[in-house]
Design a protein around this ligand. Sequence first.
Ligand code: SF4
Length: 352
Amino acid sequence: MVPTITKPIPFPSIPVFQVPPHPIWPSLSVTEKEILKTSIKQMLKEQNGVLVAHYYTDGALQDLAEETGGCVADSLEMARFGTDHDAETLVVAGVRFMGETSKILNNEKRVLMPDLAATCSLDEGCPHDLFSSFCDQHPDHTVVVYANTSAQVKARSDWVVTSGIALQIIQHLAEKKEKILWGPDKHLGRYVQKLTGADMIFWPGSCVVHEEFRSVALERLRKLHPGAAVLVHPESREDVIEQADVVGSTTALIKAVTTLPNNEFIIATDAGIFNKMKQLAPEKTLLEAPTVGEGATCHSCANCPWMGMNSLQNLAEVLKNGTNEIEVSPELALKAQIPIKRMLDFAKKLKS
Ligand code: SF4
């Protein structure tokens, strides 16, 4: 009998996209900064708006969000905050998928962003049509996508996860013996697979910022600072994660700085996080994990170019002109809500 030859399913290749240079904003004097901040505060009040900022955005935006009753948080908390808040306008300082997630969960609210071109390499590298056909090739798999994806990719999934809850959700699915199709961040996917033993296949995306941390240079820095705890975001490469004392979401890494007894920390994630860490633990020494060294490119140098597109200047502009509104059709929002709400409900149960 002639054996049946099954063709291997081609592994998806991600499209080429442009990583912009880090934007350089004209520097503002203290007085100019204060004038801008006062005008933003006034406009937020008049428009019943609230500012929600990510930990990777400029420190001035993070501080302003907190001063005006908004929040600075990771993407899971940003989504929760916008949903629980009764403001009519959510101003999201972060990247596009964060604004879209807010709009998906709050379709009746106006969602503005300082720059609609602020995207993310994970989102850019996972277009809906290609991802959807990858899913179609694996109909027996539960589709789990990271929050860093478009509304359409979310709508194609069964679960949305953030780095704060990915491990627990994959553990939950692994216990139910479900096969998992994971996208788009391959490093985070492999990390949770390693810890849970889940049966997973991966979309080959990655974060341009976290990909740049280098293990050999990190080893060298650790030798120079033997008392330092190494904090690593799980979007980093495996050989960097292996050197971590703590691996976790931005919130988990900030907590580690305040709770661990170490006086020095080496941190492998976007440098924007230092703003909150310095506020909470001013006595600790914070060192950036190296993005230079053998084979390094240092395109971003631990500063996400898309997060850098948010500034006080363009935030004031959008509030003044009402531009840069995020649109997600109600039909698409309804579909994309299902896997996001599944995650939020799961998180609520875990908390309680
Ligand atoms: S830091 Fe990485 S994951 Fe975060 S927005 Fe930038 S490119 Fe995307």
